[in-house]
Write a protein that binds this ligand. Structure first.
Ligand code: 1HN
Length: 354
């Protein structure tokens, strides 16, 4: 009997060297490309979301002067896309604002062109500065103004140009970190630098924003609208605010919708516009989608996990997944935001704290 029990884990003889025996086993199985789940289980299936992403603000005064400076270093065409990446401080070198989203600020100077290309990664643009530059997407040239929200869907050919006499700057948010997680990225360049336009400027919003659909409807996974203009969206949140339709956490807020389905604008990213009345003190909220915000008007602060992020016009800030936050807007404000919520919802992952 003594011989048999000596090899049983937990018996007195074995207690002092079981760790060494286990380690020797782990070393042997590692040579066969195996590992014990019980050593890592709690860190791979965490009790709550774990993120490396940090709350952070990029102040527009810094961003604008550095982006303008980059205009003297390289042309839009040489750079292909002259964009300064907004790197999350905890994710330097990874081209990420959150674990799933890229954010950057792009500038197109008068007369410049950013050549046509397409990629699997979807992009949204939110216009910060300038007026009258365009992005051409799937045959529609969208001339943009501050606050406009422009969609470039999966595999949609797009090029940019500036026929105005002022620089134009916008925020680019792309889902390529998520696409690359799936290792599903494709991209190519068009033969011609600029694509031919086949529709009038604003056609997609005029058509699909009017409550009509063509026969045969719209069966794509993304919105048919290219440019959701600030001129049309701002008065809507303002009316909501005046009518007292103000969420205690999110203010008077709308989500940008695909008018053909009522669903999100893109399968991977969703966007919102919120107006806060003067003196707004938001209640705390958290959800599993890390969110990129842009202050469009006014000023205020967002407290994330005890850290106060102060923001004013064109400042961009990030709230990581599952970090509790609340907004304060003593003088009132308008915030645009974007997150990967549609992707998480489609996969059944999304949660919020109620
Ligand atoms: C891109 O294609 C654009 O088309 C902007 O304007 C930013 C960031 C990473 C990869 C591709 C654009 C981008 C990008």
């Amino acid at each position: 009997m003594a011989v048999a029990t000596a090899t049983k884990p937990g018996t007195p003889d074995n207690k002092h060297n079981i760790e060494a025996v286990r380690q020797a086993f782990y070393d042997r199985i590692a040579k066969k490309d195996m590992a014990p789940l019980w050593k890592v289980m709690a860190s791979v299936v965490t009790k709550e979301p774990v993120t490396r992403c940090q709350p952070h603000v990029w102040n527009y005064s810094d961003v604008k002067s550095l982006v303008m400076e980059s205009g003297g270093l390289i042309t839009a065409e040489e750079a292909n896309r002259r964009v300064l990446i907004l790197e999350n401080p905890a994710l330097h070198g990874e081209s990420k604002a959150t674990n799933t989203l890229f954010a950057g600020v792009q500038m197109i100077l008068p007369g410049e062109v950013a050549p046509a290309h397409r990629h699997v990664s979807s992009a949204i643009r939110f216009v910060l500065d300038g007026e009258g530059a365009y992005t051409a997407v799937e045959g529609e040239k969208a001339f943009m103004s501050r606050g406009d929200f422009v969609i470039t869907a999966n595999w949609a050919p797009h090029d940019h140009g500036n026929t105005s006499d002022k620089p134009m700057l916008w925020l680019d948010v792309l889902d390529f970190p998520a696409v690359n997680f799936y290792e599903a990225s494709f991209a190519d360049h068009a033969d011609e630098k600029t694509q031919k336009t086949t529709r009038a400027d604003g056609d997609s919003l005029n058509f699909y924003g009017s409550g009509v659909l063509p026969d045969g409807a719209w069966s794509k996974t993304y919105t048919p609208v290219i440019n959701y203009t600030y001129a049309r969206t701002r008065p809507i949140v303002e009316r909501m605010m005046q009518a007292g339709d103000i969420d205690k956490r999110h203010g008077a807020r709308v989500s940008y919708a695909n008018p053909a389905t009522g669903g999100p604008v893109l399968p991977t990213m969703g966007a919102w516009l919120a107006m806060f009345p003067k003196g707004f003190k938001g209640e705390p909220y958290r959800s599993t989608d890390g969110t990129i915000f842009v202050c469009v008007e006014g000023e205020g602060s967002t407290t994330v996990d005890g850290k106060v992020l102060k923001w004013g016009p064109n400042d961009v800030f990030v709230v990581p997944p599952w970090k509790r936050y609340h907004h304060n807007a003593p003088v009132g404000a308008v915030l645009f935001s974007i997150s990967d919520r549609p992707a998480q919802k489609a996969l059944g992952l999304w949660r919020e704290e109620q």
